[in-house]
Design a protein around this ligand. Structure first.
Ligand SMILES: [Zn+2]
Length: 853
């Protein structure tokens, strides 16, 4: 008893943050003792949180520290594993035993197995309370004494990842700390509470990492998913913040419609309500208000709270009203940072309690999950999915690699297969059978969904990855015979280009390969002159006739500033870095089509690219372009603040990119400056509502579809039905089939006119005046996957997805649909690469003779 009293005195904040009646081991430093300030007084930098976790591991046998990877800004991603020393002494055995739950052929005794709990915090960097809660939660689990604490560590292995997004968190933490006043200022208008663009929500490349669990476009997610699959947790939390006037939210989420059909009913009907009782009690105990069931969506598998549900676990999203800064006035009271932290601490501890007290139920649920997945897969009328593009192995293998990261069993196709118009070549295509325990992930990757229980979506309503990669793919039923080859391993999806043969005449690179763009930029950056064929040709390669399509790259040997030997080594390097084949020819005289010296084989200018960013610009859309150029092309892009556009020497650039945003700040002068630059030959790339801005500013002469349904709805409707009415008409994000002109330079390298596009905009563009300028038009029945209101579907039909608008010697390229959506929509990336490399060669009517004729 004496000891308890002492510990309460020594650990001042423990009374506030933790449930009463618990004593703490005085050998373990509290976060306050370690940091030198009470939790809640400052936003703790990521490196300090990491150091605290290292300290816990140093002083306690119950805590073990590891680095699971590094972010773009080289911050470590860390996990503290907390369990009893006895468990830890056989941790690898526990892990392997746990993974047997995924294998229905293995018998496992769950009565003696620990439950696996992963706490995940702060995926949105400017929702900071949860990383502070992570330190307190870790401290509690390591330091708390008594029967329950002992039982917890005996029956659970708890992984604490304090910060899913370290780069974003530090961006926001520095902001909040640098603007803190003494005394602190609660006025919501104070600069402390209003970050400047792009804010701390996103990672280094301005991406929302809570959309990336499925696409794995980012290094943070790839590291996290690798760790996730090592352990397959039974419970996995995902901590957030919401508006200052809200309270606290825990699951269940909105029941109707916002549920994913591949998630077991037990998660929604049994586990969520079971855990909710623990959360309610934890918050009732401290008088905190909360809500559940009304809101938030649990359908998209790329959320941190949904992905675990599709792996036999329970994913849980938590939201806490934000103090966004140290203290902020809400509509009711002043919300303090410490208050927001405490609520997250209490639900973190309640999660652990619920996990331990329902340990066997959760373990059996996971075992049953994989058993039933395999059974469902075997009963499925679809026996396998086949995919592959013989002419684009870089994209095909990138998709196979994604499947492997999600532990989806993937096999080679061992004999040629034709399905409808699609031809799959042995060795260049893959099959994914449905009789596997990852069957529900297979569905998430390949299925197209067009019927929904509900029509209001928090975000995307479609995520079919096979469409995102734009690969030919087919579902095979029992009547289709196919030859399944060996199971694919990571090394099988590496690209192995053939050795380059030296020539004194010209090298040729097929533009159908996704990675040819990387090779092209590599060559340009080394000062190599590269040409592109604007007409197809057939050449003899090593005695074999080979057809080359639109966009094929031609590198003549003699026209260079480099010697033949120097060029040969740069060309070889380009083949290696990009993983694409480079062919050699000894003559410019082609068997068919244009010869290599034709006017239709045109010089590719070195892109000098500038993108406007800053206040008013959609950060995630700009980030997607920045990341595309960095990660896929290794091409530098100059990012200029809209407020500094007046100072920009625009003639130093040949390409200007405006993503979705409000560019009113440019004013009349800015518009005139862009216009005269385009008229002199510049290429202006406009994405999503930058198009409507350019039309309204009379920068381009194009038309948006009239808003017929702006006509007032004359029906009388209940006030309460307004959110549903409006929500169902908003466009959250879905997938459409476009018809692509593959002879337009923007369509170069595509071999099919069918191209799925991702649409999350409400812009409907009319075809332009020139019949040659419509690059992608939606098909008559365009919806492939996702939800769309019928009135909007009518507008999409016969409108345009990608168009060129000629302006003097230059042109604007209008992307109605984002060609680089969230870093994973690889199928449409090449349209954008084409705009960068070939845009300046597009002019009126498609003709651009370099000499008079
Ligand atoms: Zn959030």
């Amino acid at each position: 008893m004496v000891l308890v009293m002492i510990s309460f005195c020594a650990f001042g904040q423990n009374n506030y943050f933790f449930p009463s009646g618990v004593s703490f081991d005085p050998a373990i430093p509290t976060p306050e003792q370690f940091l030198g300030y009470p939790v809640g007084d400052w936003h703790t930098r990521h490196d300090r949180i990491v150091s605290y976790f290292q300290e816990l591991a140093r002083v306690s046998q119950k805590a073990h520290f590891q680095i699971i990877g590094y972010t773009n800004e080289r911050r470590p991603q860390v996990v503290l594993t907390i369990t009893s020393p006895e468990n830890y002494s056989r941790i690898e055995e526990i892990r392997k035993e746990h993974l047997k739950l995924t294998d229905p052929t293995q018998s496992v005794n769950v009565s003696s197995m620990p439950v696996i709990i992963t706490h995940g915090y702060n995926v949105h960097g400017n929702e900071p309370s949860s990383s502070e809660a992570a330190m307190l939660t870790a401290y509690y689990l390591v330091a708390a004494q008594g029967e329950f604490a002992e039982r917890t560590l005996k029956e659970a292995v708890i992984h604490v990842d304090p910060n899913y997004n370290p780069d974003g968190r530090d961006r926001h933490s520095n902001w909040a700390n640098m603007h803190k006043g003494f005394p602190p200022v609660s006025d919501p208008m104070d600069r402390e509470h209003n970050e400047v663009w792009p804010g701390g929500r996103f990672n280094h490349y301005w991406f929302d990492l809570n959309r990336d669990w499925l696409p794995l476009a980012h290094v943070e997610s790839r590291n996290r998913i690798e760790f996730f699959h090592q352990w397959l947790p039974n419970v996995c939390t995902d901590y957030h913040e919401m508006g200052t006037n809200a309270t606290n939210f825990f699951e269940p989420t909105k029941p109707i419609g916002s549920e994913n059909p591949v998630v077991p009913r037990a998660n929604y009907d049994q586990l969520n309500p079971l855990f909710a009782k623990y959360f309610a009690k934890a918050l009732d105990d401290i008088g905190s208000l909360y809500f559940s069931k009304e809101n938030f969506d649990n359908s998209y598998p790329g959320y941190g709270s949904t992905y675990p549900d599709i792996h036999g676990g329970l994913g849980l999203v938590f939201e806490q009203a934000s103090s966004r800064g140290h203290i902020q006035q809400s509509s009711t009271k002043v919300v303090t940072f410490a208050f927001t932290i405490r609520n997250h601490v209490r639900t973190s501890l309640a999660t652990v309690k619920a996990g331990v007290e329902n340990r066997e139920l959760l373990l059996k649920h996971q075992q049953e999950y994989f058993k039933s997945a395999l059974e469902e897969g075997r009963k499925s009328p679809i026996k396998a999915y086949v995919f592959g593009d013989s002419k684009d192995q870089s994209r095909t293998k990138a998709f196979a690699e994604l499947l492997l990261k999600h532990r989806i069993e993937t096999n080679r196709l061992d004999a040629d297969l034709t399905v409808g118009a699609n031809k799959y070549e042995k060795g260049k295509a893959f099959v994914v059978t449905t009789d596997q325990t990852q069957y529900r992930m297979v569905r998430s990757m390949f299925e197209k969904v067009t019927t929904f229980h509900d029509s209001v979506f928090y975000d995307a309503s479609a995520w079919t990855m096979a469409l995102a990669y734009g690969l030919p793919h087919d579902a095979l039923n029992a009547t289709v015979k196919f030859s399944k080859g060996a199971r694919v391993k990571a090394e099988d999806v590496a690209l192995n280009p053939a050795p380059v043969i030296k020539t004194n005449y010209a090298y040729i690179i097929d533009w159908t390969e996704y990675n040819a763009s990387r090779a092209l930029y590599y060559l340009l950056s080394k000062g190599v002159f590269v040409k592109a064929a604007f007409q197809p040709f057939t050449a003899e390669i090593n005695g074999v006739k080979k057809n080359f399509g639109y966009g094929t790259l031609v590198i003549p040997v003699v026209d260079q500033n480099l010697s033949g030997e120097e060029l040969f080594s740069v060309v070889k390097e380009s083949s290696q870095v990009a993983g694409v084949d480079v062919h050699s020819v000894n003559t410019g005289y082609n068997l068919q089509g244009v010869d290599l010296g034709s006017n239709n084989v045109r010089t590719v200018p070195d892109p000098k690219v500038v993108m406007l960013v800053g206040e008013g610009v959609a950060a995630t859309d700009a980030g997607a372009i920045w990341y595309l150029l960095d990660s896929k092309l290794k091409m530098p892009i100059t990012k200029v603040n809209t407020s500094q556009f007046g100072q920009l020497r625009i003639n130093d650039y040949n390409t200007l990119i405006l993503v979705s945003g409000n560019y009113g700040v440019l004013g009349e002068n800015g518009i005139a400056k862009i216009k005269s630059w385009v008229q002199q030959g510049g290429t202006l790339i406009l994405i999503k509502n930058a198009i409507s801005w350019a039309i309204n500013s009379k920068l381009i002469d194009e038309q948006l579809k009239k808003e017929e349904d702006q006509k007032k709805d004359t029906r009388r409707m209940d006030y309460d039905s307004a959110p549903e009415y409006q929500g169902s008409r908003s466009i959250g994000g879905s997938i459409y089939m476009g018809n692509l002109d593959i002879t337009n330079p923007l369509g170069f390298g595509y071999t099919s006119r069918d191209l799925p596009v991702y649409r999350n905009t409400s812009i409907f563009l009319e075809p332009g005046k020139s019949p040659f300028n419509t690059v992608i038009k939606y098909t008559a029945k365009p919806l492939l996957s996702g939800y769309i209101h019928p009135t909007n579907l009518d507008k999409i039909r016969n409108s345009v997805s990608l168009q060129v608008s000629n302006i003097g010697q230059g042109r604007a390229i209008l992307f109605v649909d984002d060609p680089a959506f969230r870093g994973y929509w690889n199928g449409t990336n090449k349209l954008f690469f084409n705009a960068l490399f070939f845009g300046s060669n597009i002019s009126s009517g498609g003709f651009n003779w370099e000499e008079e004729h």
